[in-house]
Design a protein around this ligand. Structure first.
Ligand SMILES: Nc1nc2c(c(=O)[nH]1)N[C@H]1C(S)=C(S)[C@@H](COP(=O)(O)OP(=O)(O)OC[C@H]3O[C@@H](n4cnc5c(=O)[nH]c(N)nc54)[C@H](O)[C@@H]3O)O[C@H]1N2
Ligand SMILES: Nc1nc2c(c(=O)[nH]1)N[C@H]1C(S)=C(S)[C@@H](COP(=O)(O)OP(=O)(O)OC[C@H]3O[C@@H](n4cnc5c(=O)[nH]c(N)nc54)[C@H](O)[C@@H]3O)O[C@H]1N2
Ligand code: SF4
Ligand SMILES: [Mo]
Length: 749
C-alpha cells in the first residue's frame, strides 16, 4: 500500500483484544493514523493469522461514534462533561445510595470485553470487593459458567479448563462450537482452519455435532445433527456405552480419580436406544462415536457454548470431561489438556495437588432464589432484582463493558427496569442500548491506545505463550486508562472521594496484596517492583510473571520470565506445547479428579424426567458470524457492509410447511399468551439446518432511541433475546437457556 504521509510508516505490534484467538497483529502507522493492519507473521503463537475483525480495529479506532469524553445526564439529557465533573457526579449520587440502602443496593454488571482488557480484568474484581455487594452479574451466566462450575467441581478451580491439544490430536469430536466463525472459545486457537486442515492431513478426523451444518462442519470429516438441548442425553449415552463395552480405561488417571463407579451407576438408564430419538442421532452412531473416541490414542471431545447455554449446561459440560477422563484422553498429549499460563493462573498458585475446591450457594438472589455461583447471580435475574421492592433492592447499577439490554434474555424488561434505577453509571466506549440508560457514561480507550497482555486466555491456550504489546498510540487528550477510572470508583465507594490520589491508592492496594501473598519476602518484592517504575496493570503483570510458574522469582531463577523479557521479545515468547499437569494442577479437597459431583448425579434425575417428555416441535438456536462480535461491532463499516447477517435460517421442509419464502419476513414468537415475545427477521432457507430448528444470531436490535450507533442503526436487525425467556436457566449454574427454546414461526403477511 502506498501512502502520501510526511513521516515514513512504522510498524507496531498489537495483540488483538477482540476475541479469544488473541492474534498478534502488525499495525502500520504514520502521522498518528493507521495505514494498514496485518497478521504478524513472526508472532510465536498466531503466526500471521488475522480475521476481518482484526482489520476493523482501524475502524474502531476512528469510529466517530466511539465516545471520547464522559457524559453526564443533566435535565434528562446526556451531555458532555469533564472527567472531574463526571466523577463528582458519581460521588454525589452513589455515596448516599450506599449510605441509605446498604452495599447490596449497588449492582455491578460485567461484560465480555472485560476479559479481554488488562485494565478491566485486573481491576474489576478490586471494584467488586470494594463495593462488597452480593449483586454481581456478568456475561458468564450467558455463556460459560456451566463449564466453569463442572470444571471447578472436578478439578478444584473455576479456571481449570481442559482444552484440545489440536496439534497432536487425531480425533476431535466437537459439540456446540463453531470455531470457524467464533475463532474458538475456552480454547485459544488462532487459525482453527489451518490447524484442522493439518489434523486431517496427518490422517486424523474431526466430527461435529450441531443442529446446524456449520462452517466448522464443512471442514470436518463428518457432521451429525442433534436436537438442541439433547447433548446431555447423547453424552450420558456415550458414557453408558464406555462402561457397557468395557471401553472405560482412564489409564494413568485411574489413580487420580474418584467416583468412577458412581458415574457408571448414574448413567445406567441412558442407553443409546433410550436417547436416540430425543437426540435425533441413531443408537449405532452413538456407539460408533464412542468407540472412535475411546480407541483413538490421541483424541478428545470439546463442547462449547451450544452445550453450555441450555437447560442441562452443567451436566453436559461435566459429561464432556467425564468422557475425556474415562477414555484416558484428559491431561494426555493430543487430548484435552491444561495450559500452564505464565501469569495469573490460579491453578499454578498455592499448594500443588490439593486445595479447597469451589464453593457455591453462599447466598441466593432475593426473588428467584438463584444460588450464587462464582460470586455472581444469573444475569437473567438482574431485572427482577431491580424491580422488586424490599431490603437489598438494587437502586444503582454500574455497567462495565456490558450490554445486557441486547445480550441477555428479557432485554426489553431490563431496559424498563434500568429507567427505574436511582442512579446508573456505564463504563463503555459507545452510547448503546444499555449505556443510553446511564446517568454518567465513562468512555474506555481505543484498543490501540492501551497496553495489552492476555490475562485470561493463556489459561485456555492450545500452547503456552507469553506476549505483550505496548500502546500503538498515546491516549486521546486527557483520557485516563480504564484501570484509573476503576480506581477512582473504588475511591468513591470507599469514601475517599472523587479527588483521591488514585496512584497512591493503587500503591496501597498493591502493598496490602503483596504483604498477604509474599509474607517475609514482601519488602524485597515491593522494592523490586518499585525499582521498575511501573504502575497499574503493568506492575501487576510484572509481579504475576516473576512469581508465576515460568518466572524469575525475583532473581532466584535468573533464566525465568519477567515483564522486561516479554516486552523485549518481538512476537512474544513461546513456552512450548501443553504438558501433563495431573496431579500438580488439582485443587480439589481430595487431591483427585472428583468425577461424580453430587449435584451432577442428582441433576441426572431431572434429565431422565425430561427425556420422558416430548420435545418441542420448533426450537430456536443462535449462531455467530466472523464479521460480527456479540452486540458491539455492528457500527464498523468494514464489518457491517455486505449481505444482511441477522437472518433466520430454516430448513426447506419447515419453510414449506410454514409458508415461508426465501427472503420473506418471518415472525418468531414465544410465550404463553400472558407474556408474548416476538421478533421478525428475513428468512434464509437452508438445508444446513436441522428440520425443526431455526437459527438467529444474537446481539442485534440496534433500533433503540437514544443510542448513538449511526452505522448499526441503518440495519438494526432483530434481537434474538427479545424472544428468549429470562426465567429459563440451568438450575445448577444459573446460566441462561439460549438454545433449544420453543418458538412459533409464521410468515409476516
Ligand atoms: N441469545 C444469545 N445471547 C447471548 C449469546 C448467545 O450466544 N445467544 N452469547 C452470550 C455471550 S457468549 C456473551 S459473552 C454475552 C456478551 O454480553 P455483553 O458482554 O453484555 O455484550 P457485548 O456485546 O460483548 O458488549 C460489550 C460492551 O462493551 C463495550 N466495550 C467494548 N470495548 C470496551 C472497552 O474497551 N471498554 C469498555 N468500558 N467497554 C467496552 C461495548 O460497547 C458493549 O457495550 O452475550 C451473550 N448473549
Ligand atoms: N465472530 C465472532 N466471534 C466470536 C463471537 C462473536 O459474536 N462473533 N463471540 C465470542 C464469544 S463471547 C464466545 S462465548 C465465543 C463462542 O464460540 P462458540 O462456542 O464457537 O460459539 P458459536 O459460534 O455460537 O457456536 C455455537 C454452536 O452451537 C450450536 N448449538 C446451538 N445449540 C446447540 C445444542 O443444543 N447442542 C449442540 N451440540 N450445538 C448447539 C450452534 O448451532 C452453533 O453452531 O465466540 C467468541 N467469538
Ligand atoms: S480471530 Fe479474533 S483475535 Fe484474531 S484478528 Fe480476528 S478478532 Fe482478532
Ligand atoms: Mo461469550
Amino acid at each position: 500500500m502506498t501512502s502520501t504521509t510526511a513521516t515514513p510508516p512504522e510498524t507496531r505490534y498489537r495483540i488483538c483484544p477482540l476475541c479469544e484467538a488473541c492474534c498478534g497483529l502488525d499495525v502500520q502507522v504514520a502521522d498518528g493514523k493507521v495505514i494498514a493492519i496485518r497478521g504478524k507473521a513472526d508472532d510465536v503463537f498466531s503466526h500471521g493469522y488475522i480475521c476481518p475483525k482484526g482489520f476493523a480495529l482501524k475502524d474502531l479506532h476512528e469510529d466517530p461514534d466511539r465516545l471520547r469524553q464522559p457524559l453526564v445526564r443533566r435535565n434528562g439529557e446526556l451531555q458532555p462533561a469533564t472527567w472531574d465533573e463526571a466523577f463528582e457526579e458519581i460521588e454525589r449520587r452513589l455515596v448516599p445510595i450506599i449510605e441509605h440502602h446498604g452495599k447490596d443496593a449497588v449492582a455491578l454488571s460485567v461484560g465480555n470485553p472485560t476479559a479481554h482488557k488488562m485494565s478491566l480484568v485486573l481491576y474489576f474484581a478490586r471494584l467488586a470487593r470494594a463495593l462488597g455487594s452480593k449483586n454481581i452479574y456478568s456475561a458468564s451466566t450467558l455463556d460459560q459458567i456451566p463449564k466453569q462450575l463442572a470444571s471447578g467441581w472436578m478439578f478444584g478451580h473455576w479456571l481449570s479448563i481442559a482444552v484440545p491439544d489440536i496439534e497432536r490430536c487425531d480425533f476431535l469430536l466437537i459439540l456446540g462450537a463453531n470455531p470457524m466463525a467464533s475463532n474458538g472459545s475456552l480454547w485459544t486457537v488462532p487459525d482453527y482452519r489451518g490447524k484442522a486442515k493439518a489434523l486431517r492431513a496427518r490422517g486424523g478426523q474431526i466430527v461435529v455435532v450441531d443442529p446446524r451444518r456449520t462452517e466448522t462442519a464443512a471442514v470436518a470429516d463428518a457432521h451429525h445433527f442433534i436436537r438442541p438441548g439433547a447433548d446431555v442425553f447423547l453424552l450420558a449415552a456415550m458414557v453408558n456405552t464406555l462402561f457397557a463395552e468395557n471401553l472405560a480405561k482412564p489409564g494413568r488417571l485411574a489413580e487420580w480419580t474418584t467416583g468412577i463407579d458412581e458415574v457408571r451407576a448414574a448413567v445406567a438408564a441412558f442407553t443409546p436406544e433410550a436417547v436416540a430419538a430425543r437426540c435425533g442421532i441413531d443408537a449405532e452412531t452413538i456407539r460408533a462415536l464412542t468407540r472412535q473416541l475411546a480407541t483413538t490414542e490421541r483424541a478428545c471431545i470439546y463442547g462449547r457454548i451450544g452445550t453450555c447455554t441450555q437447560e442441562f449446561g452443567t451436566l453436559s459440560s461435566w459429561l464432556v470431561d467425564t468422557l475425556n477422563v474415562l477414555t484416558g484422553h484428559l491431561d494426555a498429549p493430543g487430548g484435552a489438556m491444561f495450559p500452564h499460563a505464565a501469569a495469573f493462573a490460579p491453578n499454578t498458585q498455592g499448594k500443588p495437588g490439593i486445595g479447597r475446591g469451589i464453593i457455591t450457594g453462599r447466598h441466593a438472589s432475593r426473588v428467584s432464589h438463584a444460588p450464587e455461583v462464582m460470586g455472581e447471580f444469573p444475569m437473567t435475574v438482574l431485572a427482577e432484582e431491580i424491580e422488586t421492592a424490599g431490603k437489598d433492592q438494587i437502586k444503582a447499577l454500574i455497567t462495565l463493558a456490558s450490554n445486557p439490554v441486547l445480550s441477555s434474555p428479557g432485554g426489553p424488561r431490563l431496559a424498563k427496569a434500568l429507567d427505574s434505577l436511582e442512579f446508573m453509571v456505564s463504563l463503555d466506549i459507545y452510547l448503546n442500548e444499555t449505556s443510553r440508560h446511564a446517568d454518567v457514561v465513562l468512555p474506555g480507550m481505543s484498543p490501540l491506545e492501551d497496553e495489552h497482555y492476555d490475562v485470561t486466555f493463556p489459561q485456555f491456550s492450545h500452547r503456552n505463550h507469553a506476549r505483550y504489546s505496548p500502546p500503538v498510540f498515546p491516549p486521546t487528550d486527557g483520557q485516563p486508562p480504564e484501570w484509573q477510572n476503576l480506581l477512582r470508583l473504588i475511591a468513591i465507594v470507599r469514601g475517599l472521594g472523587a479527588q483521591a490520589d488514585v496512584l497512591a491508592l493503587d500503591d496501597a492496594m498493591l502493598e496490602q496484596e503483596v504483604n498477604k501473598q509474599a509474607g517475609g519476602h514482601a519488602p524485597a518484592v515491593l522494592g523490586a517492583l518499585a525499582a521498575s517504575g511501573r504502575k497499574g496493570p503493568d506492575r501487576l503483570l510484572d509481579l504475576a510473571l516473576r512469581s508465576g510458574p515460568h518466572g524469575d522469582l525475583f532473581g532466584l531463577k535468573p533464566q525465568g520470565l519477567n515483564l522486561d523479557k516479554v516486552i523485549a521479545a518481538p512476537g512474544g515468547i513461546d513456552l512450548g506445547p501443553l504438558q501433563p499437569r495431573i496431579p500438580e494442577m488439582l485443587r480439589t479437597p481430595s487431591g483427585r479428579i472428583e468425577l461424580a459431583p453430587p449435584a451432577c448425579l442428582a441433576d441426572l434425575q431431572r434429565a431422565r424426567d425430561r427425556l420422558a417428555e416430548a420435545a418441542p416441535e420448533m426450537v430456536i438456536v443462535g449462531r455467530r458470524d466472523v464479521r460480527s462480535n456479540n452486540s458491539w461491532m455492528h457500527n464498523l463499516h468494514t464489518l457491517a457492509k455486505g449481505p444482511e447477517r441477522c437472518t433466520a435460517l430454516i430448513h426447506p421442509k419447515d419453510a414449506e410447511r410454514l409458508g415461508l419464502a426465501d427472503g420473506a419476513l418471518a415472525q418468531i414468537s414465544a410465550g404463553d399468551g400472558s407474556v408474548e415475545r416476538t421478533v421478525t427477521a428475513p428468512v434464509v432457507i437452508s438445508a444446513d439446518m436441522m428440520p425443526g430448528v431455526i437459527s438467529l444470531p444474537h446481539g442485534w436490535g440496534h433500533n433503540k432511541a437514544g443510542a448513538q450507533l449511526r452505522v448499526a442503526a441503518e440495519r438494526p436487525g432483530a434481537n434474538l433475546n427479545d424472544v428468549l425467556n429470562d426465567q429459563l436457566r440451568d438450575p445448577l449454574s444459573g446460566n441462561a437457556v439460549l438454545s433449544g427454546v420453543a418458538v412459533r414461526v409464521s410468515a409476516v403477511s
